[in-house]
Design a protein around this ligand. Structure first.
Ligand code: SF4
Length: 285
């Protein structure tokens, strides 16, 4: 058995930054440190963060907040309308929004203010997409994710700017945005897939060239970027094993493959991926 490890691994820049802010706040804050929603979509990482003292903000906590407590905004950002509420509740609000998401949010705000319709391609239930949509002024933001949703839009949208969720499949981006351009000729397309997602998607395509037969994708089951990596793997004809923890590794099923690729998602600790690699290498002996 040959194991090929992707040349990109560990936390993406946005997740690393948010985790650093979380651990820093736990050390420095005199009160409790809350986070609005899961900091990252990864069970193991969330367990570590919670063990360090970070608490998920629930409705029942709102009455207990003290002036010493702090709130951390996660890497996905938070809808614009919630910032005011959070600043009223907490003396300290730490912005852990990934700089890439902040940059695209500003673009959405600025271009919608100029009168453009902003089409946001992505999962409407994902917090990043909800953050981006919330920055569109005067109801000029619209989330779509399929040809059917595209067909339901008005025939005329004026000037259109298309942006996309940072983790979507680049080949879907190309095919779907070309359909948008056909329907709306005055469309500007911005490829807002982030660098970390692009590099990981490219690593999957490289696996195919390197003769990999099956790919172990380490990451949270609800992690969008990890799920995208698993979908791309299947789309290009390789067998995908999306596993959350080292103990989930399907050793018996993997034994039948001669060349296995291993990659971690953007919110997967490099230690987890390394442990998976060493467990697979142990099979060789
Ligand atoms: S996946 Fe990309 S956009 Fe999302 S937090 Fe990481 S670097 Fe930022």
């Amino acid at each position: 058995m040959k194991i090929i490890v992707a040349n990109v691994s560990g936390f993406c820049g946005g997740v690393r930054r948010a985790l650093g802010l979380a651990y820093g706040a736990c050390r420095q804050c005199a009160g409790r440190v809350y986070v609005a929603g899961e900091l990252v979509h990864n069970k193991e990482v969330m367990e570590n963060v919670k063990a360090a003292g970070v608490k998920l903000l629930r409705d029942c906590d709102l009455e207990k907040i003290t002036p010493q407590d702090a709130l951390l905004i996660r890497a996905h950002g938070c809808p614009k309308g919630q910032w005011g509420k959070f600043h009223k509740l907490f003396n300290t609000v730490i912005d852990g929004t990934c700089p890439h998401v902040s940059k695209i949010s500003k673009m959405v705000e600025c271009e919608s203010e100029k009168g453009k319709t902003i089409l946001i391609v992505g999962d409407k239930f994902h917090p990043e997409v909800q953050t981006l949509a919330s920055f569109a002024k005067n109801g000029r933001g619209c989330i779509i994710n399929s040809e059917e949703e595209l067909s339901h839009l008005k025939d005329s949208l004026g000037q259109v700017l298309v942006i996309v969720q940072s983790t979507i499949d680049e080949s879907f981006f190309k095919s779907f945005t070309s359909k948008i351009s056909k329907r709306y000729p005055h469309t500007e397309i911005k490829n807002t897939i982030c660098g970390s997602s692009r590099r990981r998607q490219q690593a999957i395509l490289n696996f195919k060239k390197e003769g990999v037969q099956a790919v172990v994708i380490a990451g949270g089951i609800h992690s969008n970027n990890t799920r995208t990596l698993a979908q791309i793997t299947q789309k290009i004809g390789l067998t995908a094993f999306h596993v959350e923890t080292v103990t989930d590794l399907p050793i018996q099923k993997l034994k039948i493959f001669q060349v296995i690729g291993v990659i971690g998602g953007a919110s997967t600790d490099e230690k987890t991926t390394k442990q998976m690699v060493s467990d697979l290498l142990a099979l060789e002996n």
